[in-house]
Write a protein that binds this ligand. Structure first.
Ligand code: ADP
Ligand code: MG
Length: 427
């Protein structure tokens, strides 16, 4: 009995390990567990299957019927990951099981093939259920899978049910509990990721509304001069040459207004989360234009002289602009009286480097250490979410951030973004 129990605890450990590893190293990412990491998840679950089968917690006297918790990763993989993950896990399982051999092969093969064939069909409905309902349903599936295995095996292949009654009952219960624990971890991760995403979305809305005010203000200027020149055209009856001149000024002003709006809309519209090869300088340029009205309102200069476009980086243009806007906006807000926000790019090995520097109030070491923590803010109306979003998004793009700051003299954000491996011609 003790042996059974310790073997069982081992097995439980094996099935929890991939999810725990994932949780430790990847869960703070913006990605969804099974959608963007199918390969990684499949590898981790395969390791569980192999470990469970190498160290089963019970076998019959001849070692032909092996009882372990390998079904947990298979059920989890097929249900959460679909046919691709399920199929791969089936292959791993089949290779392992066939190499072990014995009478039990038939029953367990039929059992696992059925799981992998039918569980993915449930997914559409499954993902509409609440977290709790999903946990209960997967656990029950895991429990009844063992029951079906035992009775199916006895009826179809005459497996020795009585001899193995105790380990099978234990297996059914252990599988129920083990699956519940694994599903609970997964559901918790899904919940966290959803929350993180909505926090980032909220932050974006807040920044959008801040910028909107200064942008609306900025658009008034071209509109006013358009109005002025159209009035001139109507009232003054100018010569054709003058008419032409006025009209081309009007056209320029319309273009200016259009540019401001386009920049804003590009940022405000919900973005997709795909990285592509882009020029860092283009994104910075766009962000600078977008921040210009905000800077003007705060009596701040923005200085960015784009050097020649170096190599392309691999990044999500929307998310990158979102990061740069948050950092730039902080820099502008940190400047008291008047000052300058300086941006510059330079190559740095396999990365392209961007420096964003302000001569604002700066921060102490302790303050810098807190940056990126949700709700850490030193501003009266701050939310303390901007830099959290920055760190999350940059991490997703495999970027790196370093911050140098000195109280009273200013702050510098240094951002490294990985160069694109396959540059594209697109700008
Ligand atoms: P918020 O801007 O809403 O306060 P952030 O996450 O953007 O939230 O910034 C957190 C805090 O970090 C700010 O309140 C500010 O105290 C500090 N901070 C960020 N960037 C700078 C900077 N460039 N200079 C000085 N302080 C900064
Ligand atoms: Mg901020």
């Amino acid at each position: 009995m003790l042996e059974l129990l310790s073997g069982l605890i081992n097995n439980l450990f094996f099935v929890m390990i991939p999810i725990l590893l994932y949780y430790l190293f990847k869960a703070n990412r913006y990605e969804t567990l099974f959608e963007q990491n199918k390969v990684l998840i499949t590898v981790l679950l395969s390791i569980s299957i192999i470990l469970c089968m190498l160290f089963p917690f019970a076998t019959d006297a001849e070692g032909e019927f092996i009882i372990d918790l390998r079904q947990i990763p298979i059920i989890i993989g097929a249900l959460y990951g679909g046919y691709g993950v399920g199929g791969a896990l089936l292959a791993v399982f089949a290779a392992m099981r066939l190499s072990i051999g014995g009478e039990g092969v038939y029953t367990s093969m039929v059992n696992v093939v059925m799981l992998v064939a039918f569980l993915p069909l449930l997914r559409a409905r499954f993902f509409q259920w609440s977290h709790t309902k999903r946990i209960i349903v997967v656990s029950l599936i895991a429990f009844f899978s063992v029951v079906a295995n035992v009775f199916g095996g006895t009826l179809l292949f005459g497996d020795p049910i009585i001899e193995l009654a105790e380990p099978y009952i234990t297996a059914a219960l252990a599988q129920f509990i083990g699956t519940a624990v694994v599903a609970l971890l997964i559901e918790q991760m899904i919940k966290n990721q959803k929350m993180q995403r909505s926090v980032i979305q909220n932050k974006k809305l807040e920044v959008v509304s801040h910028l909107a005010a200064s942008i609306a203000h900025e658009i008034r200027n071209p509109l006013q001069s358009i109005k002025g020149f159209t009035q001139l055209l109507q009232q003054e009856r100018p010569t054709p040459a003058k008419q032409q001149e006025y009209l081309s000024i009007v056209e320029e002003e319309i273009k200016a207004a259009e540019r401001i709006l386009n920049n804003y809309l590009m940022y405000a519209k919900p973005g997709t989360t795909t990285t592509t090869p882009i020029y860092l300088e283009d994104v910075v340029d766009h962000v600078v234009q977008l921040l210009e009205p905000y800077a003007k309102q705060h009596h701040t200069q923005i200085s960015f002289s784009p050097t020649h476009k170096a190599q392309q980086i691999e990044a999500d243009p929307h998310h990158l602009s979102q990061c740069l806007i948050n950092i730039g906006k902080n820099g502008i807000e940190a400047i008291e009286g008047s000052g300058t926000l300086t941006l510059s790019t330079e190559p740095n090995g396999h990365y392209a480097r961007l420096r964003i520097q302000d001569d604002g109030i700066g921060m102490t070491k302790e303050e810098v250490a807190h940056l990126g923590e949700p709700y850490f803010t030193l501003k009266k109306n701050g939310t303390g979410l901007g830099l959290m979003a920055v760190f999350t998004l940059l991490q997703n793009m495999k970027g790196r951030v370093t911050i140098h700051s000195e109280k009273g003299s200013g702050t510098e954000f240094i951002i490294d973004l990985p160069l694109a491996k396959r540059p594209s011609a697109s700008e």
